[in-house]
Design a protein around this ligand. Structure first.
Ligand code: GLC
Length: 432
């Protein structure tokens, strides 16, 4: 099956999510900023799990089905009431996700608590028409189960929340329906209040959909959402929570969304690449699944540019993760078990990456040079490090010679070490 191709507003929503919010008094406030120390655990963590699961998983045509197919509200509610009945208890479902995440080397997890369709995956008192997983359908609080699973598996807890809600006409035309727009805004503030008060420590808040009518940017819709005020409320309840920029507030890190390759230079400020392991965020039967080797490459390319990688799973209506997705995450997990020291707790550098050829990560005086194309790397001369090279060896074992002069250093891989055997050849270099 070919990759799921987004069209129209769904595609637009993806493109706009990588546009950094412009700084203005409507989108930024110094008082909300976190310190470098507060961001450290997140930047060290490098790899996270994203989960899109809800009524749309039962329908099985992606998380935008309600909007793309113009499903009538009553019929969508029926899907929630009658079809969304996972047979396993909530805790078993979320435990199975978190256990998979742990094995794949993930350090944090972010679950969709309420997507643009308005269906809340917890007992939300402020949901319009009680459209929640406790009042209709499964009668279970999945946010509770998920946050408990994060604690028992030792992963940092993150919640995704969409302020906008397709059920409100005020979303589509706020000027024409101001009461409805205000009601939707009120729902967002109240639901975020619930999420930040009732589930213990929440460490990441992952907004999505700070816009209006799929038009313009998040910042353009700040007149309605007042994201600075919103995030003051959030941070008064969860002072160290790390937020992404998609509420319209500039946020603590920036996002790059989509499965396309990560390229270019090291990015200095905290950032995160997010992509789905299957091509759609929400479940589609027999969807295309990215191979484990591609996930490894994305992780290396992201880490060597200073970022984190957030990988999404799309469980089916029962909460089960498709086997092919498990397989790819298994390959990634095996790789990080052997090579994780070159990823966790590192920063991008000391050398700028060369797209498709090499990149590097470092921690203190240890540098990990990731060689993605040994053939092309033969002609690469890297700038001489400021400190002396004390040793250089393959992370998997074996000496690596190097020649250095005033205009650079060349590393010579032992013969027979090719990318056909090891897709990412890692040279561990000790400086001193
Ligand atoms: C997009 C889409 C959405 C998905 C999200 C994940 O903005 O609207 O369906 O949840 O990105 O990052």
């Amino acid at each position: 099956m070919p990759e799921h191709k987004m069209k129209g507003d769904e595609l637009l929503s993806m493109l706009k999510s990588s546009v950094p919010a412009e700084k203005s008094s409507a989108t930024d406030d110094e008082a909300l900023h976190l310190s470098e120390e507060d961001m450290k655990w997140w930047q060290d963590a490098k790899l996270g799990l994203f989960v899109h699961w809800g009524v749309y998983s039962v329908i099985g045509r992606g998380e935008w089905a309600y909007y793309n197919e113009q499903i009538a509200p009553d019929s969508y509610r029926k899907n929630a009431e009658e079809d969304f009945h996972p047979s396993r208890p909530a805790q078993d479902i979320t435990d199975s996700w978190l256990s998979l995440a742990k094995d794949a080397g993930m350090k944090y997890a972010v679950m969709v608590t309420r997507h643009h369709d308005g269906f809340a995956m917890w007992d939300s008192a402020s949901s319009r028409d009680g459209f929640t997983s406790v009042k209709c359908g499964p009668k279970a609080d999945y946010v509770r189960a998920f946050t408990d699973s994060c604690k028992s598996y030792g992963l940092h807890t993150g919640l995704y929340y969409s302020p906008m809600d397709w059920r409100f006409e005020g979303y589509f035309d706020p000027k024409e329906h101001p009461e409805s727009a205000l009601e939707m805004k009120e729902q967002a503030y109240s639901q975020l209040y619930e999420l930040c008060s009732d589930y213990g420590r929440v460490e990441i808040l992952w907004y999505d959909g700070g816009w209006l009518n799929h038009q313009g940017s998040d910042a353009d819709a700040a007149w309605l959402w007042e994201p600075v005020k919103l995030n003051h409320m959030v941070k008064s309840l969860q002072p160290k929570i790390i937020v992404n920029p998609r509420s319209g507030y500039v946020g603590d890190f920036s996002c790059e969304e989509g499965a396309y390759p990560v390229t270019g230079k090291i990015r200095k400020a905290p950032w995160e690449k997010c992509m789905s392991v299957a091509s759609s965020w929400g479940y589609i039967k027999d969807d295309y699944v990215y191979p484990g080797e591609y996930l490894i490459r994305q992780l290396v390319d992201t880490a060597s540019r200073g970022g984190n990688l957030l990988l999404n799973i799309s469980p089916d209506g029962e909460g089960n993760i498709p086997d092919a997705v498990k397989g790819s995450l298994g390959v990634l997990g095996e790789w990080v078990r052997q090579n994780g020291e070159s990823i966790y707790g590192t920063r991008g550098g000391i050398w700028e990456p060369i797209d498709g050829v090499c990149g590097s990560t470092y921690r203190d005086d240890t540098v990990y040079l990731h060689i993605l194309d040994a053939e092309k790397f033969k002609s690469v001369k890297l700038p001489t490090p400021k400190k002396r090279i004390v040793s250089s060896e393959l992370l998997s074992g074996g000496r690596v010679d190097f020649k250095s002069d005033e205009d650079g250093v060349i590393f010579e891989l032992p013969c027979g070490v090719t990318n056909d055997i090891v897709p990412d050849i890692i040279v561990k270099i000790q400086l001193g």
